[in-house]
Design a protein around this ligand. Sequence first.
Ligand code: SAM
Length: 302
Amino acid sequence: MTNATDDERHDPQAAIDAQGDRRRTELDDRIFEHAAGDDQEGIPFVGAGPGDPGLLTVTGKELLEGADLVVHAGSLVNSELLESYCGDAELVNSIGKDLEELVPLMHDAYEDGLSVVRLHSGDPAIFGAALEQMDALEHEGVPTYFVPGVTSAFAASATLRTQLTLNEVANHVAFTRPQGKTLSEDEDHVSEFVGMGDVTTCIYLGTHAVRDTMERLLEDGHDPTTPVAVVYHASWPDEDVLVGTIDSIADQVEEAGYRASALVVVGDAVTGAGYERSYLYGDWANGEPESSDATETEAGDD
Ligand SMILES: C[S@@+](CC[C@H](N)C(=O)[O-])C[C@H]1O[C@@H](n2cnc3c(N)ncnc32)[C@H](O)[C@@H]1O
């Protein structure tokens, strides 16, 4: 944490650059002092989970219950969660506010002695734009920290009753987004992930672009029958699940009218078919692993 000059206070990008420069050469002591989940000094950046209030962590709930000001991520945070846990806290929707507005809002409230919570949807570390707010605050002398949440890909896999990694089907998971305003065509790696065959590709921020994305996959020669699921509002009361293939899912999404708030999952793990039993409850369980570490490194993740 450092104290900002007046110019940097009014220029979050300068604050972000300065924090980044510092981070390149000097690790933050708090990395070694605190474990995730510890109560820490400062403004917590809390993951609200995918929507269902029951999928908020216990720590997240306690922080919300003690908050005076909750700055939340608008429509992606279930209002039922805000109503259930935020008590009399002032609620501010961050959507439509830029850093120049958000950072002083949280900074001044914290400096006035209020308990401030920044509530992001899902997990703040996945497409959350949390770090830029944290850096800008830290640069002004306000400590911040993460409290993880359940990302929407995990809610989607629970809904689909499958695993994102599955023995002999999917050895890897990609959290990605399609090209658009933020990513150029060259930075869109959906096709590469799908082409690897044993990757479950979880596409965030891509509901509006399902047809474009699937057309690109077909142009790149991927198997049109590859399973694809679109889980709209996972864990919300109006949750909906569309299951199809690369060549059918766009019609299904358009028919349903979804343009946002869905997770697109591509890969054989979608159906949960075709996997092999794992070593964990087979040879490993019956044998004599050399140490508990061996179990963890070689079989424990199945
Ligand atoms: C700005 S990103 C935030 C992601 C969030 N940090 C997370 O970990 O889930 C928003 C995108 O996340 C996905 N998303 C968020 N909540 C969702 C939910 N409940 N069901 C399905 N997708 C969701 C959608 O793809 C949406 O466009």
